[in-house]
Design a protein around this ligand. Structure first.
Ligand code: 9D3
Length: 264
């Protein structure tokens, strides 16, 4: 996959793209990222890329000319690839959107700065707008890196295990079970016995239940769309029953199914 990134801060991208999985994907030729500085297409001697908003008010707006010039110089007019603007007004970025983008052989990402970009960029150049969540950042650079990161690890051949991305937490719609590594006892805190038992079926069952428990506790919204077996549903019903019992009688909390280890 080739990704053209249009930004006022190309230097922000370099170090992250040179690390770990992104670096390996690029070395293997599975990902090619080209960074384009929008300021290189500003035509006045001050290299101006922003201006005051028509209608007044605070802040500055990115001018359309340098953005159109940059994107069309690299991709032609009109561009024949998806041109994605990172913006707080975009559609929410999810694992599903990452899969969708990973199918594209060629993409363009535009990272904005200032209060926003001239509306004609959205209307006549951009084909898709993405937000990475409901919080305010200072620009689209980190969101562009987030999208690049999530998409890169889905490209065939990037991860050692080709099934790894489909095994991701979000692929079956549940949060992950807890993870442990050596030592078996750290400061008196023990790794759950079942994980040391070597009983693979028991371990799989424990992990499934802990994934369900975590999702139920932290992200119950995910359960509605998760693919659940009858056994999963029975376990969730048990959790619900235990909660109802502890709500009417707080001393009943101790009888919740497979309670946490008591503190050391
Ligand atoms: C101070 C101006 N803001 C009013 C609350 C509007 C605004 C404009 C530009 C807020 C943030 C930004 C810069 N952010 C992005 O370009 C951005 C972003 C984000 O801030 N949050 C989540 N996803 C994204 S994608 C691009």
């Amino acid at each position: 996959m080739r990704v053209e990134v249009f930004t006022l801060f190309p230097e922000v991208f370099e170090p992250y793209l040179s690390l770990s999985i992104m670096a390996r994907a690029r070395q293997k030729g599975l990902l090619e990222v080209r960074l384009h500085n929008i300021r290189d297409w500003a035509t006045d001697r001050h290299k101006t890329v922003d201006d005051e908003p028509y209608g007044g008010g605070g802040g500055m707006v990115m001018k359309p000319e340098p953005i159109f010039a940059a994107v069309e110089a690299v991709l032609g007019r009109p561009p024949q690839v998806p041109v994605i603007l990172l913006t707080p007004q975009g559609r929410p970025f999810t694992q599903e959107v990452a899969w969708e983008l990973a199918q594209q052989p060629h993409l363009a990402l535009i990272a904005g700065r200032y209060e926003g970009v001239d509306e004609r960029v959205r209307q006549h150049l951009v084909t898709d707008e993405i937000s990475i969540g409901d919080y305010v950042l200072t620009g689209g650079e980190l969101p562009a890196l987030v999208v690049l990161d999530a998409v890169t690890r889905l490209l065939p051949g990037v991860l050692g295990d080709p099934d790894a991305p489909r095994k991701d937490s979000f692929s079956d719609g549940l949060l992950e079970h807890p993870h442990y590594t050596r030592p078996a006892v750290f400061r008196g805190w023990k790794v759950p016995e079942v994980l040391l038992s070597g009983h693979h079926a028991e371990i799989a069952r424990w992990r499934r239940r802990e994934a369900l428990r975590r999702t139920w506790e932290r992200r119950p919204d995910l359960l509605a769309r998760a693919s659940l077996t009858e056994e999963d549903r029975a376990f969730l019903a048990q959790l619900e029953a235990a909660r109802r019992a502890s709500e009417s009688d707080p001393s009943a909390a101790a009888s919740s199914p497979t309670p946490e280890e008591p503190a050391a």
